[in-house]
Design a protein around this ligand. Structure first.
Ligand code: R5P
Length: 261
């Protein structure tokens, strides 16, 4: 890794934009090396814009003997002297508190709300759905922004295999058009289980919204086969051409990021 200054002065305040989608470890390693090179080359301060941060979901020990991957990431970023972090829709509202440095925590929910308001105008009814209890805060905010009602699914995930063992829900979605809203899509299993349950309960058209399109290798095959109108994600992670299936819609967080900077 070598930093080459092409105009400007590295003894400046630097803003580094680097997301850590798949391949996560490779992207993190590249980020760590870049941070080291920048500091060694005299950067006065570094604001890291990491729209998506891998390992966020490993924020505590789920099963005995596990690591806390995200705590380790926080330690490394701080050791490499990142001064400020800008990121989007972290997995949990508590995650910024794991950092000692300031964290600007942005959200795509406002962008989703604008889309949903338009869809709601087309539909006589529109209900928001959180695919698990962890998304309750997110769905309440979106409900306030859109004026739509919401329901929450209870998801039971097998921690060893990652597969969804069971899903159940309170609330009536019979005949209603719905939007499933999540922070990220990784394997696609959460969304698949939610869509199947909603259809079983008689839901009409289903839309899906998720900030981070992590899209692990088999996910997009699962996603493109689901009976949904559209899957709306943002560009916090670059989505290669082969993962862009037919009803995928990508909206940009660039304006929000520019405003925040
Ligand atoms: C879980 O708590 C998250 O909010 C997402 O629902 C989950 O990470 C999605 O992962 P996957 O697509 O692998 O089911």
């Amino acid at each position: 890794m070598r930093v080459r200054v092409v105009g400007g002065d590295l003894e400046d305040d630097v803003v580094l934009i680097h997301s850590t989608g798949i391949p996560v470890d490779e992207n993190y390693m590249e980020l760590f090396l870049t941070l080291d090179a920048l500091k060694r080359s005299g950067a006065r301060s570094i604001t890291l814009v990491a729209p998506y941060l891998g390992y966020e979901r490993q924020d505590h020990v789920f099963r005995d003997g596990e690591e806390v991957g995200f705590e380790m990431i926080v330690k490394v970023l701080e050791t490499l002297r990142v001064d400020k972090l800008v990121t989007f829709d972290m997995h949990s509202i508590k995650l910024p508190d794991m950092f000692k440095i300031p964290v600007i925590h942005l959200s795509a929910l406002q962008l989703f709300a604008e889309k949903i308001k338009n869809y709601k105008l087309e539909a006589s009814n529109y209900t928001l759905v959180s695919p698990d209890m962890g998304g309750i805060r997110r769905i309440k905010i979106l409900s306030e922004l859109t004026g739509c009602e919401f329901v929450t699914i209870e998801k039971d995930r097998d921690l060893a295999t990652g597969s969804i063992r069971d899903s159940s829900m309170e609330g009536d979605v019979g005949g209603k058009n719905v939007a499933v809203v999540d922070d990220m899509i990784s394997t696609g299993e959460t969304i698949k289980a939610a869509v199947e349950l909603l259809k079983e309960k008689g839901a009409g058209k289903v839309d899906v919204f998720a900030t981070h399109a992590v899209f692990s290798p088999k996910s997009y095959k699962i996603l493109e086969s689901l009976p949904v109108e559209r899957i709306v994600v943002t560009d916090t992670i670059d989505i290669p051409e082969e993962k862009r299936f037919k009803n995928l819609e990508i909206i940009s967080v660039a304006d929000d990021l520019a405003k925040a900077l």
